[in-house]
Design a protein around this ligand. Structure first.
Ligand SMILES: [Mn+2]
Length: 275
């Protein structure tokens, strides 16, 4: 369902929007893309699935007018009467300190159950609940955050100084990508989260945290990961019939196909994946 808003932005209507890992305040955050994406959505319910804010770290806080505009846009959704649920993540454990200040009406939770339009129940959680006890220590989050910022600044420096050929662009971004791949190796993370969903009688889990977007099945349950707004620029949406889809943002919309949608309906055999 699409129409044009007052400022001619093409708007897509969703029953629910699930968005995670914006990392507002961190070096890698892409605020312009987030703002454009939010302005192109009409939703009944928005789930902020953790790691939305990321400024409780020891490094430089990256904040601009666009970040303020994102806060204003989200607050406007609250003013308009849209339900907003904030699931805290490992980078924004202290979200309560700011979310109640920024947003007129917000529900802040560790996990929540969501009933879709087609009667399915989803457990919504950031996903760090599946990490080992050691990795859940605040120190480890800080360490990971600083390492990520260091690699990204090295990447920027190398590219700006043309130390690498164009073929090697994003050298350190590749390291981050492969680090994440190793960190979330195999499907242990996904199976633990789907088990959490099964234990509470849900039909699936919607989460973030791993920065690896995708929709797949584990043991008959649906696993949907929102991805992030640092690298993947993706979100999970529920349409008005209850179908769960993965949305991938493209910075420069092309006339023919400007976005990619992956639907729960495209799911084939067990473990078929797109990430
Ligand atoms: Mn996280």
């Amino acid at each position: 369902m699409q129409n044009l808003s007052a400022n001619n932005v093409r708007v897509k209507s969703h029953r629910s929007l699930f968005i995670s890992d914006l990392h507002l305040g961190a070096r890698g955050c892409q605020p312009e893309a987030i703002l454009k994406f939010l302005r192109g959505c009409r939703v009944d319910t928005i789930f902020l699935v953790g790691d939305i804010f990321d400024f409780w770290h020891v490094g430089k806080i990256h904040w601009s007018k666009v970040h303020d505009d994102i806060i204003a846009e989200l607050n406007q959704l609250c003013i308009d009467g849209i339900r907003m649920v904030y699931l805290v993540g490992n980078h924004d454990r202290k979200a309560r300190e700011v979310a109640y200040k920024y947003f007129q009406k917000v529900e802040i939770k560790e996990t929540v159950l969501h009933r879709s339009a087609n009667g399915k129940t989803y457990l919504i959680a950031h996903g760090d609940q599946a990490d080992s006890q050691i990795l859940r220590l605040h120190f480890m989050t800080l360490f990971g955050s600083r390492l990520d910022a260091l690699l990204r600044s090295l990447d920027k420096w190398l590219n700006s100084n043309k130390k690498l050929s164009s073929n090697n662009k994003g050298f350190f971004k590749n390291i981050i990508f492969h680090f994440n791949k190793i960190f979330f190796m195999g499907d242990r993370f996904e199976r633990l989260l789907t088990k959490m969903a099964k234990d509470v009688g849900a039909d699936g889990i919607i989460c973030g945290h791993s920065h690896r977007p995708g929709i797949r099945r584990h043991n008959g349950l649906i696993y949907a990961n929102c991805g992030d707004w640092v690298d993947s620029l993706t979100a999970v949406t529920e349409d008005h019939n209850g179908h769960i889809e993965l949305f991938e943002w493209e910075p420069e919309p092309k006339p023919r196909s400007h976005s990619f949608w992956f639907s729960e309906a495209h799911l084939g055999s067990e473990n078929e994946m797109r990430s």
